[in-house]
Design a protein around this ligand. Structure first.
Ligand SMILES: Cc1cc2nc3c(=O)[nH]c(=O)nc-3n(C[C@H](O)[C@H](O)[C@H](O)COP(=O)(O)OP(=O)(O)OC[C@H]3O[C@@H](n4cnc5c(N)ncnc54)[C@H](O)[C@@H]3O)c2cc1C
Ligand SMILES: *[C@@H]1O[C@H](CO)[C@@H](O)[C@H](O)[C@H]1NC(C)=O
Ligand SMILES: *[C@@H]1O[C@H](CO)[C@@H](O)[C@H](O)[C@H]1NC(C)=O
Length: 243
């Protein structure tokens, strides 16, 4: 009798594990679909191939993988390999480390301006200053986007990566300066892009940990997404013939 109960218990456990694996999306630190490119199979087919797992690439992959098979090729590594490097206290150090395998690549624009671009899953959102705001209504109108879809997209993003910042010394001084200069009204904290002075959003949470576009992959369907790291794309070959 006790044997049978034990077996039943085991079966329930196994079923629970399997259904967890297929029904719930992966958590950022343990994405099962993120692998080194060395582990890629020789041949594979996908509905979509996204080159660059950056800020837009991650959001796109999470969305498209709902209904299609998706491959992301990212030339850099994973921000989760060195989590404290993205904390607010390490912002300058991480951004200015432009050594060959770092997340920050130095480039000089055609007119001679020094700048950096991201080389890591999550892209610019892993290196940038982290200011978050919604677009202005005029911008959405001009782009001819549907406002209800835009609203839904904002909520989708803000659930994972946007926070209200603590307002400390220099922020208070800056805000007071704007108000003194007549930038009214004062809107308090808001993600909206509006006239006047406001406290905007940030992708750093209250503990100073950065949330990045790579966190949006938590929305992905893990069964139809493959993300390969250290996959530097050099050439894309198109063919019009069936293969
Ligand atoms: C210092 C700095 C501060 C910023 N501050 C802010 C801010 O506060 N708020 C804000 O909203 N924006 C800010 N930005 C801008 C913002 O981060 C970028 O506009 C945004 O991240 C760009 O997104 P993207 O998807 O176009 O490109 P990226 O996020 O750069 O993604 C491109 C991806 O493609 C990969 N890639 C490139 N070539 C290849 C290849 N051949 N093969 C495979 N993969 C490849 C890269 O490694 C990268 O991951 C800042 C930018 C910088 C540099
Ligand atoms: C996926 O398919 C469902 C059902 O057809 C649809 O409602 C949804 O908009 C689709 N999502 C994407 C990202 O295409
Ligand atoms: C913001 O200010 C500009 C310039 O004064 C004005 O044209 C615009 O209508 C204002 N927008 C809103 C939403 O009040």
């Amino acid at each position: 009798m006790s044997f049978q109960i034990l077996w039943l218990f085991r079966i329930v456990l196994i079923v629970t594990f399997i259904s967890n694996g297929s029904c719930f999306p992966d958590q950022a630190w343990y994405y099962s679909f993120v692998k080194d490119a060395k582990l890629a199979p020789m041949f594979a087919r996908f509905d979509y191939i996204i080159i660059g797992g950056g800020t837009s690439g991650c959001a796109l992959a999470a969305t498209l993988s709902q209904n299609a098979s998706v491959l992301v090729l990212e030339r850099g590594g994973s921000p989760y390999d060195s989590p404290s490097a993205t904390d607010i206290g390490n912002f300058a150090t991480t951004l200015s480390n432009t050594s060959p395998k770092s997340w920050s690549q130095l480039f000089i624009s055609e007119d001679g301006v020094y700048n950096t671009r991201a080389r890591v899953l999550g892209g610019g959102s892993v290196l940038n200053a982290g200011f978050y705001t919604r677009a202005g209504d005029d911008y959405v109108k001009e782009a001819e986007w549907k406002s209800d879809e835009v609203e839904a997209a904002y909520e989708w993003v803000e659930e994972k990566v946007a926070f209200q910042p603590p307002v400390m010394g220099w922020q208070t001084a800056f805000k007071d300066g704007l108000l003194e200069a007549g930038e009214f009204p004062y809107n308090g904290f808001t993600y909206d892009h509006i006239n006047g002075t406001k406290i905007g959003g940030t992708i750093f949470d209250q503990a100073g940990h950065r949330h990045t576009a790579a966190n949006l992959l938590e929305y992905a369907n893990p069964n139809s997404l493959a993300v390969y790291l250290h996959a530097n794309v050099h050439k894309i070959l198109f063919t019009t013939k069936g293969i």
